[in-house]
Every structure is written in structure tokens, then in C-alpha cells.
Design a protein around this ligand. Structure first.
Ligand code: ASP
Ligand code: MG
Length: 423
């Protein structure tokens, strides 16, 4: 059995859904577990719906629900010419129930309410895609991830109960392949032991593909994307990107850790644990090779990879009393940092300075000053870039630092990281 994952972009309109069908035609007769995300930007819309519910803004709430309904119905009208097709009633019921939530009691747990609503994006998209594929003659079964993937109660960032989830897939999912070649389920969502819906974190559908593959001992996973595979840099920032034909699980984790956004970082571990290869392929050119991610590190070093993070702030903290930075005040610095919600991309210290680089959009400078200024002098530089180069050499460093001033750099055997600003 193979696992396929189709993300939001691959089901964002009727054309895209038809393309999913054409890909499935290429694999007729094979056993496929298919994981699908919410259509296009639906998850963002669902987030706005929860916020409107939470703020008790009835009109905004209803407006966004109806806008999302219209978006889905427009796609459906292209896919299902028969106006009496059952899928219309099914999807309208989902939206009617969503609309009715405004008048239902709400708990005091925002994250809980978020998961009950935001998960509907995946429920709706899988229902539509499944109905379409079935209409076009491929027998399949729609499977509810809320009965398969068991998690804890950490709403919005639920942790998987692997034992229980594996048992569910073995007992409820795999036997369905006796009747149907294709089983379709939702990315991103799971359930607690009480049966409440949970979500696995934004962009979590890739991770779901990893979970399904792990629990079913799949032969391979394919993530179908709008890019030809994993590239050695984001084409947004870099000309002349090249595709990585083959990399190791380890390399894939490193790249996603440093910020390459092609696959969700959590996806790799379950696959590595069972040595299940992961293919990243283009849904536009499904016959092309793509990238294969697997155990061997033999080809990792062939191509240097570049990861850019823009809009960074470098903070430096110096104890006002001129004390050395030793373990004791380092732990004080970390305690304070945890109060600022700063996400540290790089850190470095000298005798008297401790420096961290953080994403500007995730931290408030004001808050950092408040938390630190009683005991530390705080300096900061805004508008910086962080460049990470895997498998670097001097030429690659020179290439990314043309017209740039280097404020800080760190090198290990495989990785160079440079904090730079425009000269
Ligand atoms: N639909 C979810 C999101 O947009 C999960 C995913 O697409 O991977 O975050
Ligand atoms: Mg997505």
C-alpha cells in the first residue's frame, strides 16, 4: 500500500481536483491511502470564523461562513453537473451546522473551539474530492480521521498516541482495502479518547501522511506539490535553483529545521523509524522524478542548499553589573526569553554579551525591553536576514554575501549560518 498526500494547493479549484483524478488514473489497481488538506486557503478562513465566534461578532461570522460555502459550491458546480447529487445536501448540511454553532454554548477554551471548527475544512474537502473521484468511476471509501488518529487533549497542537492510532489503522483502515483500492482521509485532524476533534498544528497534513504510512507499514509516501520536488533554495529568493534528486531523512529534517518549507518537519520521523521512503513530486508533471527522501546519506553533499529567513532581529543582552555570562545568568536569560514568546533562530555569547536572532513578526521589541531592561543593557538591530547554507564552501558563502555586511556567523562541518544586512 502507498500513501499519497494532496495539499490545499492541489485541490484549490475544480481544475486542480480534476488533476487529482488524472493522477489517480495513473495508479489504477494499486492500494492507495490518500490524505487531503482543506481546499486552497480554507483553513485561514476557518480561523477567521473561530475568531468571529469568540468575539461574538455575528455578522462577520455569518459572512465568512457563507463566503466559504460559496467558494466550495462554486468548485462543486463544476465537478457535479447533476444538481441533485447527494454531495450538495451533504456539504450544505456541514455549513448549516457550522452556522448554527453561533447560537450553541461555547466553552471557555479557545483552542478547543478552534479545533472543532477549523477541522471542518478537511472534512469538507475530502467529502467533495471523494464524491468526485467516485462519480468518475474509481471506487473508494471516505474514512474519518477523527476515528483513526488518536491524540492527547493538547488542542491545536495535539500529540499522537501511536499505539492506539496504529491499532485503529490496523483494525479499521487496512481491512477496508479488501473492498476498495482507494481510501481517502483528512490531513491535519485527529480525536481525543472522549471523541472530541483535535488538530496537529498548521500545515500538519504532511505529518498525517507520515502517521498513516507508519501505522499501515506503507511501502512509500508521495507528497504531490506545485514544485518539481525539494529544491536547493526557495525560487522566491534565488535564481538557478536545482532540484535535489535524492537526500537522506537526516538531511530533510535539517533542511526543514532551518526553515525550508516544502515538507512539515514532523513528517520525517515516523517514516525514518520504519525506513519508508518519501517522494516529493509535482502534481503538474506527475511522471517526472521528483525528490526521493530515504535512509542513505550518500548523495546529501552533492548540492549545497540555501535557506533564507528574512525580517530578523538580533538582540544582545549585557548584564548591567558587568558580570560574566555563566550558566547562572544564562538560565536567567532563558527564563526571561520564555516570557517573550521569542522563537530563537540562532544564539551566540561572549564574556559579556548574549545574542539571539528572532523572527520579527513573532516577537514584540517592547516586550523584550520590558522583560530585560531592569538587569540587562539591551541592543537590537532590525531588518536582518539569516542565511543558512548546508554543505557550504567559500564560494557559496561569497555568493550570498555580495553587497551584504555580516553581523554574525556560525559554522559547523556541514552548515554555515550567516546573519547579514544589506550594505
Ligand atoms: N489545512 C491545514 C493548514 O492549512 C493543514 C495543511 O494544509 O497541511 O494548515
Ligand atoms: Mg497546506
Amino acid at each position: 500500500m502507498n500513501v499519497f498526500k494532496f495539499g490545499g494547493a492541489s485541490v484549490k479549484d475544480a481544475e486542480a481536483v480534476k488533476n487529482v483524478l488524472s493522477i489517480l488514473h495513473l495508479f489504477r489497481g494499486q492500494k492507495l491511502g490518500i490524505v487531503i488538506s482543506a481546499m486552497g486557503k480554507t483553513t485561514n478562513a476557518m480561523e477567521l470564523i473561530v475568531e468571529a465566534l469568540w468575539a461574538r461578532e455575528k455578522e462577520v461570522f455569518a459572512e465568512i461562513v457563507e463566503e466559504s460555502r460559496r467558494y466550495h459550491l462554486a468548485i462543486m458546480s463544476d465537478l457535479f453537473p447533476d444538481a441533485n447529487a447527494g454531495i450538495y445536501a451533504d456539504i450544505n448540511t456541514e455549513f448549516d451546522q457550522l452556522l448554527a454553532k453561533f447560537n450553541e454554548p461555547v466553552t471557555d477554551n479557545f483552542d478547543f473551539e478552534y479545533d472543532q471548527i477549523v477541522s471542518l475544512g478537511e472534512v469538507i474537502s475530502t467529502k467533495i474530492v471523494a464524491a468526485y473521484i467516485q462519480q468518475e468511476g474509481i471506487p473508494l471509501k471516505w474514512m474519518d480521521a477523527r476515528k483513526l488518529i488518536r491524540t492527547d487533549r493538547k488542542y491545536r497542537e495535539a500529540e499522537v498516541n501511536w499505539e492506539r492510532t496504529t491499532r485503529n489503522f490496523q483494525e479499521r483502515f487496512l481491512p477496508e482495502f479488501e473492498q476498495s483500492d482507494v481510501l481517502v482521509t483528512q490531513g491535519f485532524i485527529g480525536h481525543t479518547s472522549e471523541g472530541f476533534t483535535t488538530t496537529l498544528g498548521r500545515e500538519g497534513s504532511d505529518f498525517t501522511a507520515g502517521i498513516v504510512a507508519y501505522c499501515c507499514n506503507a511501502e512509500a509516501v508521495t507528497i504531490w506539490k506545485d514544485v518539481p520536488g525539494m529544491l536547493n533554495a526557495d525560487p522566491k529568493w534565488f535564481d538557478n535553483t536545482v532540484k535535489l534528486d535524492q537526500i537522506s531523512f537526516k538531511e530533510a529534517i535539517e533542511l526543514s529545521y532551518y526553515g525550508a518549507s516544502v515538507i512539515h518537519p514532523k513528517t520525517i520521523k515516523p517514516l525514518q523509524n520504519k525506513k519508508i521512503p518519501l517522494y516529493v513530486k509535482s502534481f503538474i508533471h506527475p511522471e517526472a522524478e521528483g525528490t526521493i527522501i530515504q535512509e542513505s546519506t550518500a548523495t546529501d553533499h552533492l548540492v549545497p542548499s540555501f535557506i533564507f529567513k528574512m525580517n530578523q532581529i538580533l538582540f544582545s543582552f549585557t548584564p548591567k553589573d558587568f558580570s560574566f555570562l555563566v550558566e547562572k545568568n544564562l538560565s536567567d536569560i532563558f527564563d526571561r526569553l520564555s516570557k517573550t514568546k521569542a522563537k530563537i533562530n540562532i544564539m551566540q555569547n561572549s564574556a559579556l554579551d548574549f545574542s539571539i536572532l528572532v523572527d520579527a513578526d513573532k516577537v514584540s521589541i517592547q516586550r523584550v525591553l520590558e522583560v530585560f531592561s531592569d538587569t540587562y543593557h539591551v541592543k537590537f538591530n532590525e531588518g536582518l536576514e539569516l542565511v543558512t547554507i548546508r554543505h557550504y564552501d567559500q564560494a557559496t558563502i561569497d555568493r550570498v554575501t555580495v553587497d551584504k555586511q555580516i553581523l554574525l556567523q556560525q559554522k559547523t562541518r556541514e552548515t554555515a549560518r550567516l546573519v547579514v544586512r544589506q550594505k
